[in-house]
Structure formats: C-alpha cells, structure tokens
Design a protein around this ligand. Structure first.
Ligand SMILES: [Zn+2]
Length: 681
C-alpha cells in the first residue's frame, strides 16, 4: 500500500513537473521571448538589482514602506476591506461587499507588486503571504472559474439572482485581467502554479463566456486590463484559445449599436485614428492591442496604434507624460457636429492641444497605462522614441502619483495648483493615504515602482539593450543563452555620467545598444578610457558591436543642461510660458519656496534665470533642485476684478528662486504649485 502510494506520488510529481515544463520557462515581467512580431525580449525578473541612486532609493521605500503600508490598508476592514471581500465571497465570513467594484483588481495589482518584489528579494515572508492569499482566492473562485467578489457575495446573500457580466460598470474583466497578469508574474517569480491554476480556470471561463456573448455583453470590457492579461496567459501556457480570445476581444469592439468614444468602442478599433475618451481605458486598450500585434503580426492593429500614438504624443500628452486632460467633457464631436451626437466623456483625452493645467485630470493610472503601452511598442520595434516617452512618464507623471515617503497618493496630477481658485476639485489637492471609492492608482504606482528594474534592459538576437540608466547590477543571459554580467554606476537622472563595467561576457561578438535620450544633444562615449568614434544620435540606440571582454568599460556622458521648454502655441493654456527640464526631469515651482507675501502667479522666468542644479533633501530623499533668479511683480492687487490695465512699473524685480522636480511636489505641506511659468523674453 505504502509502495503504491509512493509510486502514485512519484507519478503525480512527474505529471506536475511535465505540466510545468509545457509552460514557458522564461521569467520576464512581460514575456515576449517567443513573440514572433516583437523585436526585443526582456531579461528575467530578478536579473537586475538596483544598487545605489535614484531607483535604488525608490525601490527601498517600496519594499520597506509602500507595499507593507498598502497591504495593511487593503487588509483593514474599515479601509480597503479587500481581503474581507474575498473571505465573504469564499463563505469564510458574512457581510456585504465594501469598496468599488474594481477593488479585487486593485488588490491583484498590490499582489503583483509583492510578486515582483519577491522576484528581486526572495524574501520568504512574501512567499508565505502570497501562498496564504492564493488559498483564499481559490476558495472565492466559483467551480466554473468565475471570480469576482461583488457578484459572488451578492450570490451568497441573494441566491438565484446571479448578475455576472450584466452591468458594464461591474469591472469583472478589469479584475480578471489583473488576476491573470498577477498570476503570470507570481508563476514566473516563484515557479509555483497555485495562482496560475486559478487564472487558467478564470481565463477559460472568460473564453467560454465570449464564445457566446453578444456584443452588448462584450462591451462590459471597459478598462481593458484583460487584453494584456489574456495575452500574458497565452505567453505562459501557450494555449492557443487564449490568443483566439485576445484577438476576439479586439474584433468584437465597436460592433454594438451604442458604443461610446469614452469607452473607445463607438467605432471598431481598426478604424480609429485618434485617442479619445477615458485615458486609462484608452492606454490599457492600446497596450493590449500592441500585445496582440506582438503575437499575430496583424498590421491593421499596428496601423491604428501608430496613428493613435502620433496623436497622443504630438497633440494630447502633457509635458510630464500625463494623459487625460479632462475631468469631464465631450468627445471631439462624436459621429457628427450635431448636438444630439455629442457624447459625454470623463477622465478623458481632450481635443487636440487642449491641455489645461489647473484642471488637468492626468490620472496616475493613465500615466502608468502610457508606460505599459510605450514599453510594448518598444518591444515590437526597438525604436528609442518609445523608451523616451516611457522614461519621461516614469520620472514625472507616474512618480508624482506617490509621496516620497511612499504613504500617500494622487489620483489626479494637475500641473498647477492655486488655492485662490474658488472652485473645489473633485479630487484632493494634496496626496491622501487612501483614495476612498477609487483606489486604483495606489497599487498601480506601487507595482510600477516594484517593477521598474524590469524595464532597464532588453535583449535581442543581436545583443543587449540599455533602456533606462540607474545604478544596478545585471546578471542575465543573451538570447542564445550565454551568460553576461555587468555593473552600472551612475547618479542618473541627477547626473548624465553612466559607467558600465562588464563583469562576465560570452567571449564572442555582440552589440551593446545604448539609448541616447531624445533630449540629449551632445552625448559622448568612451570605451576602455578612449573616446569612441561612434555617432550618437539623440532619440536612437547607438549599437557598439565588438567581442566584449570581462573588464571592458563603457563610459557614457549624457550632458543635461537646464532647458526652458515651450509648448506649441495652439496649447492656449501655456502661451508665453515655459516649463523647465533637466535631463528627463520636469521641474515646478512651489509656493513654499517663495518669500512670504509672494504668490506663484507673481513669478516669471527670463533667459537670465541662470538656473543651477543643487542637491537637496526633501522627505529624506535626494532631490536635485534648480536654483536661480526670477522676475517678480511687486504689486498684484486684483480686487476681485477680472481685467486691468498692464502697469509696466510693477514688474521685474529679481528674486532668488528654487525649482524642484515635479514628481516631488506636495511633500512639504500644502502648497500652490506651477509647472508652466510666465516667460519674460
Ligand atoms: Zn487610477
């Protein structure tokens, strides 16, 4: 009996092992290693370890504060109630669902952050935490694979009134999408199948649902995180029906009668030429479509993606990488100019060049969507213009979503704040610890920070790609499996000197593709101490091909002078104003840095501002400020009037000022703030 049991155990073990072997062994965050239409693939999670500098600092705060703090909030019945929702859905507790319908998805995002953190740290406590939580997910999942706590709790409390997928604002597919992504990342980080098995059941459920769903039901696919999730499930399991589902999800869009621009489904995806509607939904859709292209090579998808990308970058994106200008508005005229066809949009892309500052919506999740989309476009093409947008958004529009101490969050990311404005914003003008009823951004920004290291490098059959610079050690394999190790030393983004020391190389020729950022006009390169005669073009990768040896050293100089930027004059809100940039960092002016009695609106910059970098600390974090001179109005008495005559006598007194990085604003108490500053020529 014992022997038979042992034999059975062995057989089961072999079956499990071989079942695992059927799945992708690649451990990338986004696994394009076998994607036929992706030029680049990723290094494995854990291959890059931040050592010192900017991202090492953010990663440390992520590990020590961001993740534990958010986990506590999501476990707190009085705050997140996320774990309690799963317990009630699982029948382990009683009560009602609390929180928005997308709470499950937001909790999966936090779980994903833990999985990514585990991949980098191998902290056994995180592994245990994840296993316990996965056991709970399994209990909350229906036998048919459906898992969504609002509906499951409703089913328990009111049997026979199942409402799955009947309410488009129930966010089931959004939640399922984040479950799939988190499960793939957990599988790659741990090698365990416990969460992946739940995700397989859930994806099978979705596959079967869409086999029979009407377009009207299918329109429930708002905020389509599941396009990315389903493709990642395909990349993990190689199950062709998941790719079929992903293709179908794109094809089915725009087929219903009452689609909206807000949901990007008024017209079929392939007929779209511009970014419209809810910016998070839009950017998730574009990222998902890029994933489908990577697997299918369907050029009609790429055609739309290129048109929409150009529209966003040239007409609709903030200088911070933020997306979604409008709190509320109308789509650019719907199907016609008739009033009856005008459609309401919210949290949405505006018209071309419509980029207000005070009322910029710029949801943190939309910035993250911009990162996810541009990352995927980079994987498809190897074109550095996508890495430029990704870097810009990571350092500015994404990072502004979280405080330096890692404990509070912005939902919206305006480019100016002035308390003299008499209206109340819908969302807080200061970061808050928990965004009640809309906590999508906090776990999204935390998972992104946990995962930035995965964006630093790529590999292709030609060699190794350097996308993001930061102090780190890389230990990975080239496409042919040969090992490579290197050490990168830099104070980037505060300083453009980047040293790369090869610690171990394959002993054969390959290319190092160094990204020359689009903002850097005068890059130079030394190889083993000698100036390299290689053309370094801004906004491109420079390929340096040779038989790299251990001990070889690259030294890249990316000069980052202070630059005053102006916007196309069609952006009326920024006419005659400048934004200040240094390297990839956008700067802003905070009222806390002005003398008492002076207001943000009194300040102007001129070409004589003479802004110089100076290392300071804010909230215990190293920050490069820019210090120089501003022009200031001496009198600014408006007496509540709307207009007055210009008085030349009142301007042009010099004042010492300090600008700080936009992402670091609102870390020194409540302030007024401005990114676009009037320019005295
Ligand atoms: Zn959000």
């Amino acid at each position: 009996m014992m022997r038979r049991a042992a034999t059975s155990f062995a057989i089961i073990a072999i079956v499990i092992l071989s079942a695992n072997a059927l799945y992708a062994q690649d451990k990338a965050l986004v696994n394009t290693s076998a994607s036929p239409y992706a030029k680049l693939s990723s290094v494995n999670m854990g291959d890059v370890n931040w050592t010192t500098g900017f991202w090492a600092d953010r990663f440390k705060v992520c590990r020590e504060t961001m993740i534990p703090n958010l986990w506590k909030i999501y476990s707190d019945p009085k705050m997140g109630h996320a774990i309690q929702n799963f317990e009630i859905a699982a029948g382990l507790d009683t009560g009602s669902h609390v929180g928005p319908p997308f709470q499950d998805g937001d909790f999966y995002k936090l779980f994903e952050a833990v999985a990514a953190m585990y991949a980098a740290t191998h902290d056994p406590k995180l592994d245990q935490l994840m296993d316990n939580t996965i056991a709970l997910f399994a209990k909350a999942q229906r036998a048919d694979g459906y898992i969504h706590t609002p509906t499951s709790i409703e089913e328990r409390n009111h049997p026979n009134q199942s409402k799955a997928f009947n309410d488009r604002l129930n966010f089931e597919t959004y939640n399922l999408g984040h479950l799939m992504t988190a499960a793939c990342i957990h599988y790659r980080a741990t090698g365990k199948r416990n969460f992946l098995d739940i995700a397989i059941k859930a994806t099978d459920y979705l596959y079967n649902f869409y086999k029979t769903a009407s377009p009207e039901l299918a329109r429930n696919a708002i905020c389509p995180s599941h396009y990315m999730g389903v493709v990642e499930m395909y990349r993990t399991t190689y199950d062709p029906k998941y790719l079929e589902l992903a293709k179908n999800l794109i094809d089915i869009r725009g087929l219903m009668k009452d689609g909206t621009d807000d949901n990007q489904d008024r017209i079929p995806f392939r007929q779209q030429t511009a970014a419209t509607g809810h910016a998070v939904r839009a950017n998730y859709l574009y990222a998902g479509a890029a994933d489908v292209y990577a697997e299918t090579g369907d050029t009609t998808l790429l055609h739309t993606l290129n048109l929409v990308w150009n529209d966003v970058i040239n007409r609709k994106m903030y200088i911070t990488g933020g997306c979604g200008a409008l709190y509320d508005g109308v789509s650019p005229d719907g199907t016609s100019y008739l009033l009856k066809d005008v459609q309401e949009v919210h949290q949405a892309y505006g018209r071309d060049y419509q980029l207000p500052n005070f009322t910029a919506h710029n949801e943190t999740c939309a910035s993250i969507g911009n990162v996810l989309w541009n990352w995927r476009m980079l994987q498809l093409t190897g074109n550095a213009k996508y890495a430029d947008v990704m870097e810009l958004t990571l350092y500015n529009g994404m990072l502004s979503g979280i405080s330096l101490d890692g404990k509070s969050f912005f939902y919206t990311n305006p480019l100016s704040i002035d308390d003299d404005l008499p209206f109340r914003d819908r969302w807080s003008r200061d970061r808050v610890g928990y965004i009640a009823y809309s906590d999508c951004c906090p776990p999204n920004v935390v998972r992104t920070i946990a995962e930035v290291s995965n964006y630093a490098y790529n590999i292709s059959d030609k060699g190794l790609w350097f996308n993001l610079y930061g102090g780190n050690k890389l230990s990975t394999k080239l496409k042919d499996g040969s090992p490579i190790k290197l050490t990168q030393t830099t104070d980037y983004p505060w300083n453009g000197n980047v040293k790369i020391h090869f610690d171990e190389t394959p002993g054969k020729e390959f290319s190092a593709f160094l990204r020359i950022p689009g903002w850097c006009k005068d890059a130079s390169l030394m190889i083993n101490g000698k100036t390299a005669d290689i053309k370094l073009t801004p906004g491109e990768y420079a390929a340096i091909t040779r038989n790299w040896k251990a001990g070889d050293q690259l030294e890249l100089q990316l000069p980052m002078p202070v630059k005053m930027m102006e916007a196309n004059p069609l952006v009326e809100e920024t006419r005659n104003q400048v934004a200040v940039k240094r390297g990839p960092i956008v700067y802003c002016l905070e009222s806390v840095d002005l003398p008492k009695g002076k207001k943000i609106a009194d300040i102007a910059l001129s070409s004589k501002a003479n802004l110089k970098p100076q290392l300071i600390k804010i909230a215990n974090s190293d920050i490069m400020s820019l210090n120089g001179f501003a022009d200031v109005r001496n009198e600014n008495n408006w007496n509540n009037s709307l207009y007055k005559e210009v008085s030349l006598a009142n301007i042009n007194t010099k004042l010492n000022i300090q600008l700080i990085p936009y992402y670091a604003w609102d870390n020194r108490g409540h302030v007024n703030m401005e990114t676009w500053i009037p320019f005295d020529r």
